[in-house]
Design a protein around this ligand. Structure first.
Ligand code: SN0
Length: 316
């Protein structure tokens, strides 16, 4: 693997998941792979799981890490080409990416969409700029359009907990006080379909995801109907794609409740975290034995470690 920007960088998905499950059993066997190598984690947005699971994954591979919080520690970066840099942005991405890439063997980046301009977010300006100007392999830690490390962790979690070969997986929109990116939902949808699971997406009108993300998934506007026979219920809020970045509804009728979980086939509850309790999901659901949110978060270590292993193997 040269870089890990989206599912397009995965050669054989089933082999990647198998590898992750093996690594999880013996997390220290590849300790030599990262020897004398280093990775820089660049954050333009906050993080808890991504930062710590990435550092833990690197540790398991003998790889050193450095973290740069661009917001609080770095210069504000300019991404646009040909602009006169006479306002608040002190450094251009051309120099920043080239310099960071000359210091480190791997560079991982988190840059959420700003939810102001759809074309800008969906053109993946930050990731594309790094691809262009940074000589080191790049890992996406959530970008304008996707969060593939989360989707891989979700897939590992479902593989570990599924009872039938082709489970029914439901991605449900849930209310939230703020406008959130579509990235997690986009990647989850693409990865579940690539894994050949039976995916239904349910959301209020106006929350349709981009066509490339929906693919061949079923879209069901009636949440209760979508939950019928579900083996996994994945809750996530996202802001509108069509009315870009807008919060069109805060309808608490879309919260995942215990009553709704009763409509399913004893489904396991999933969420990428952080989650707003009693807004997105009722306490009783997330605190129940059906909840997989902690195993999902644990698997973030193994999704990053597997991706790093594949990248480091090509660096040798
Ligand atoms: C991010 C998102 O993309 O939805 C990261 C998820 C892994 N989530 C948030 O920004 C939640 C913020 C909040 O205020 O609840």
């Amino acid at each position: 693997m040269k870089s890990f920007l989206s599912i397009n960088d995965v050669e054989i998905l089933s082999a990647l998941v198998k590898d992750a499950l093996e690594i999880k059993k013996n997390p220290h066997v590849y300790k030599e792979l990262g020897r004398n190598k280093s990775m820089c984690l660049i954050f333009l947005n906050p993080s808890l799981r991504t930062r710590l699971s990435s550092q833990k994954a690197a540790f398991n591979l003998g790889l050193q890490t450095a973290v740069l919080d661009v917001g609080s520690q770095g210069w504000q970066l300019e991404f646009a080409d040909g602009v006169k840099m006479d306002s608040d942005k002190a450094e251009h991405i051309k120099e920043a990416a080239a310099v960071i890439g000359s210091y480190f063997d791997v560079v991982a980046i988190r840059a959420f969409g700003k939810l102001e301009n759809r074309d800008e977010d969906y053109s993946e300006q930050v990731i594309e700029s790094f691809k262009k100007f940074c000589p080191a392999p790049i890992i996406n830690m959530e970008s304008g359009t996707g969060h593939p490390l989360q989707a891989l962790a979700d897939l590992i979690t479902i593989e570990e907990h599924k009872i039938v070969g082709k489970p029914k997986v439901v991605l449900t929109w849930a209310p939230h006080p703020k406008a959130l990116p579509q990235a997690v939902a986009n990647s989850f949808s693409r990865w579940m379909q690539a894994a050949d699971f039976d995916l239904t997406i349910t959301h209020p009108e106006g929350y349709e995801l981009a066509d490339e993300a929906v693919g061949d998934a079923k879209v069901e506007y009636d949440q209760s109907k979508a939950f019928e026979e579900a083996d996994f219920v994945y809750a996530k809020n996202w802001s509108s794609y069509t009315h870009y970045g807008k919060v069109l509804s805060k309808d608490s009728g879309w919260m995942v409740t215990n009553d709704k979980m009763k409509l399913t086939n004893n489904a396991r509850f999933m969420h990428c975290l952080p989650v707003r309790r009693n807004v997105v999901v009722e306490d009783i659901v997330i605190d129940s034995d059906s909840s997989l949110v902690i195993p999902q978060a644990t698997n973030r270590i193994y999704s990053m470690q597997t991706v790093l292993k594949h990248i480091l193997e090509e660096l040798k």
